[in-house]
Design a protein around this ligand. Structure first.
Ligand SMILES: Cc1cc2nc3c(=O)[nH]c(=O)nc-3n(C[C@H](O)[C@H](O)[C@H](O)COP(=O)(O)OP(=O)(O)OC[C@H]3O[C@@H](n4cnc5c(N)ncnc54)[C@H](O)[C@@H]3O)c2cc1C
Length: 400
């Protein structure tokens, strides 16, 4: 560990999409920060990530969109395929207005990290405890090896099981009744799926499939969670493949082949955790000069593929709010102005992430085959509240 115990201005806990994007957004505004990541390398669990128009707007603001566009195909249209008794019925899958692409997660992480000074990202640094100094009310962060960091501002980007969220008073995430499997399939001679987003749905299983390039295809599958999915088996590619193939019995042959031929080291099986939409309305998200962003603030099930996009938006909004007030703070009134900036950020993000989270919550209910009431509630909620189910992609987080 090479961190001295001196005071730091801004410490970001977590070097995932949210932490790196926040550090980059701050850097673009001329504000230094330090990122603490517990893993020894930058992680990109889940291989692919769908980026929709709102996410691309945020990436444009961060100055990395042009580079990323070169790594993946644009996906102009989608097909919804309903699978029943071995037969498929196709209809249009509505996509948002604008750019949709599927990125390699690692490309996204690399693009963000490459724009940061190497010495600002500390790998192998796990934050274990945080409190507010009783004398100064500044945050004090303790790391796994006992190092104590005195910070002026702490931004918790430490994911769904965030310790910083707990500290600021966010309720624990809930476990959803379904799980997700994701993987990449590589086609040496090029695949024949074209440039469409295909979304298959049977009674209990959904499978999405998108091209990343003309040789690489990303797929994700959701199905009912079993106790075995929560055991060590979830790390075994053979188990993941077997359980996925079991789930897609009756799906078209090319989809079965897609799953069978997945690169084993790209297979991920994850349980899904989410923060209840009503928690997002009533939680303060700030304590002193500690605040949260990304999944630490608004973990949601991935049904509208927006958790990552929303994390990028958080980064832009947070950096904008902070930079405006930090300029004024330089002339006096420091901590109060910082707290105002963090509250402004929370105010701006709260309803945005509430609506995203509510939509995914209703989709989750609509997929629940164990209760007719819940299913009906989910479908009714989607129809009544979210008439246009792609309008979440219209959001513009604004300029940095
Ligand atoms: C199955 C699935 C599919 C998804 N698909 C999409 C999609 O297509 N499009 C989309 O936009 N979103 C998608 N999402 C959501 C997206 O993955 C998340 O919203 C996004 O990764 C959140 O980033 P984050 O940085 O907040 O959290 P994370 O990616 O979890 O990163 C948190 C980081 O903090 C580190 N950390 C944790 N605790 C500590 C600590 N105490 N000290 C130091 N470091 C710590 C972790 O090691 C990690 O690197 C999907 C999610 C799932 C589960």
């Amino acid at each position: 560990m090479n961190i001295s115990e001196q005071e730091q201005d801004i410490v970001i806990v977590g070097g995932g999409i949210s932490g790196l994007a926040t550090a980059l957004a701050l850097r673009r505004k001329g504000i230094k920060s330090m990122v603490l990541e517990r893993s020894e390398t930058l992680r990109a669990a889940g291989v692919g990530i769908i980026m929709q128009p709102n996410g691309w707007r945020a990436l444009d603001q961060l100055g990395v969109a042009a580079k990323l566009r070169q790594t993946c195909t644009e996906i102009p249209s989608g097909v919804f395929i309903s699978v029943a008794e071995g037969k498929c019925r196709e209809s249009e899958l509505p996509l948002g207005k604008g750019e949709l692409r599927c990125l390699k997660r690692m490309e996204l992480m690399k693009a963000l990290a490459e724009e940061l000074p190497v010495e600002s990202v500390y790998l192998g640094c796990r934050a274990v405890f945080i409190l507010l100094d009783p004398l100064t009310s500044n945050p004090l962060l303790q790391l796994h090896d006992g190092t104590l960091i005195k910070a002026k501002i702490v931004i918790g980007c430490d994911g769904v099981n965030s310790i910083i969220s707990k500290f600021v008073g966010v309720n624990s995430p809930k476990l959803f009744s379904r799980c997700a499997t994701r993987g990449f399939t590589y086609y040496e001679g090029g695949h024949s799926f074209g440039d469409k987003f295909r979304f298959y749905s049977s009674n209990d299983v959904t499978l999405g499939q998108l091209p990343v390039t003309d040789k690489l295809v990303y797929w994700f599958l959701t199905r009912v969670l079993t106790s075995q999915d929560l055991s060590d088996a979830k790390k075994d590619p053979a188990y993941i493949t077997k359980a996925s193939l079991e789930a897609i019995k009756g799906f078209p042959e090319e989809i079965v082949e897609l799953v069978k031929n997945t690169e084993p080291n790209t297979l991920y099986l994850t349980e899904l955790r989410y923060r209840a939409p009503w928690d997002l309305v009533r939680t303060k998200f700030r304590k002193g000069t500690v605040v949260v962003a990304g999944d630490a603030m608004h973990a949601m099930c991935p049904f509208i593929s927006q958790g990552g996009g929303a994390s990028l938006e958080d980064a832009v909004v947070l950096a904008r709010c902070l930079s405006e007030k930090l300029k004024q703070a330089a002339e006096g009134g420091g901590k109060r102005l910082v707290e105002e900036a963090l509250d402004e950020y929370v105010r701006e993000r709260r309803m945005r992430v509430f609506w995203l989270s509510l939509q995914t919550y209703f989709i989750g209910l609509a997929q629940d085959n164990t209760s007719k009431v819940k299913k009906a509630l989910g479908i009714a909620g989607l129809i009544l509240v979210f008439g246009d189910q792609t309008s979440h992609t219209d959001y513009d987080c604004g300029h940095l």
